[in-house]
Write a protein that binds this ligand. Structure first.
Ligand code: NDP
Ligand code: GDR
Length: 324
């Protein structure tokens, strides 16, 4: 029997990779899409004839219930969120509504429509924030540092609460930063690779960045969506950290990117207070040994390979005159 999966956030970076992955596993794939005045399906247009899109919004309980009734999935992947940390300070209530309460709306819809549905929640290393332990693992206490991080802690705990209260197969993946050529242009990796490509092609002459000292554990999104699927194939729901175990400063990202195109970053990078955050997460590095043991998951793409892949893709996009 063909398995059916519903992905919220299918138009996002992870949603597009997960949809591709599930199609390759023989799934029938459904995606929840919200109404926008301009269609923004560029990450999924190459697979649009193989998937079914259902209108709905994480802010609208009825639409979630109807989406579940329409596609009757065995698996639901909740990737929808206001996911940009910086925006969460200027839109804290909206971020909480989508990224925190949205999880409850979906879990409650599942409970009423079909409690046998397996549920994946996109939790985040941002929950560790001002870290209590290095490296961070499933048992590390949370100390979020942004309205986004706080919203994700809520989403994480409501997932566990519904698992324990209603016996749902509800799993939470605590994923560390993961990037790709499809990463949103506002996130630091893509901002750097896109602008380095522009500088290389003579289309720009500087990059304005915020804090160069913060450290992140950056992996490749294509590797990370495989982990999401593996989690829902387990007999029991659980929580898993997914990370590379390597940490790099933003400055190292900048160095690797400029080195790749043969330029010196000192000549182009300007620090700009507009990109500083009211509270920063200084250091993230994950320990995904539980996922290694129980899921057999390991990352495949190194930090350098990832940055090079993103620059190559951005050079191509710019040379073809396509949209970022
Ligand atoms: P993106 O920002 O690329 O995608 C977010 C998706 O959520 C988009 O499809 C967006 O739709 C959708 N969305 C936002 N608000 C709503 C809403 N009200 N109703 C329905 N859909 C909505 O995020 P990523 O793909 O990078 O991340 C996927 C998930 O994983 C997110 O929950 C994120 O917080 C989490 N996460 C991401 C990590 C990363 O490093 N990428 C690490 C850890 C967790 P639209 O296209 O219409 O805007
Ligand atoms: P993050 O990703 O906040 O970790 O959240 P982002 O790429 O935005 O920031 C990473 C680090 O880079 C520093 N930084 C800058 N960031 C941006 N965006 N722009 C800049 O100009 C800049 N200069 C320095 C930031 O201060 C920060 O320290 C991502 C999102 O995908 C979340 O949804 C996800 O949950 C976490 O990763 C894990």
């Amino acid at each position: 029997m063909t398995k059916r999966a519903l992905i919220t956030g299918i138009t996002g970076q992870d949603g597009s990779y997960l949809a591709e992955f599930l199609l390759s596993q023989g799934y029938e794939v459904f995606g929840l899409v919200r109404r926008t005045s301009t269609v923004n399906f560029n990450r999924i247009e190459h697979i649009q004839d193989q998937i079914t899109l259902i209108p709905g919004d994480m802010l609208d309980q009825t639409s979630l219930q109807l989406a579940l009734q329409q596609c009757e999935p065995q698996e639901v992947y909740n990737l929808a969120a206001q996911s940009f940390v910086q925006t969460s300070w200027t839109q804290p209530v909206f971020t909480g509504d989508v990224t925190a309460l949205g999880v409850t709306r979906l879990l409650d819809a599942i409970r009423h429509v079909d409690p046998a549905i397996r549920f994946y929640q996109a939790s985040s290393s941002e929950m560790f924030g001002k870290v209590r332990e290095v490296p961070q693992r499933e048992t590390t206490p949370f100390y979020p540092r942004s309205p986004y991080g706080v919203a994700k802690v809520y989403g994480h705990w409501i997932t566990i609460n519904y698992r324990e209260s209603y016996n749902l197969h509800a799993t939470s993946g605590i994923l560390f930063n993961h990037e790709s050529p499809r990463r949103g242009i506002e996130f630091v990796t893509r901002k750097v690779t896109y602008n380095v490509a522009k500088i290389k092609l003579g289309m720009a002459d500087e990059i304005r960045l915020g804090n160069l000292d913060s450290r992140r554990d950056w992996g490749f999104a294509g590797d990370y969506v495989r982990a999401m699927w593996l989690m829902l194939q387990q007999d029991e729901p659980d929580d898993y950290v997914i990370s590379t175990g390597q940490t790099h400063a933003v400055q190292e990202l900048v160095e690797v990117a400029f080195d790749y195109v043969g330029l010196d970053w000192h000549d182009y990078v300007k620090q700009d207070p507009r990109f500083m955050r009211p509270a920063e997460v200084d250091l993230l590095v994950g320990d995904s040994s539980k996922a290694g043991k129980q899921l057999g998951w390991e990352p495949q793409v190194s930090f350098e390979e990832l940055i090079h892949m993103m620059i190559d893709a951005d050079l191509k996009i710019l040379q073809a005159g396509e949209r970022a």
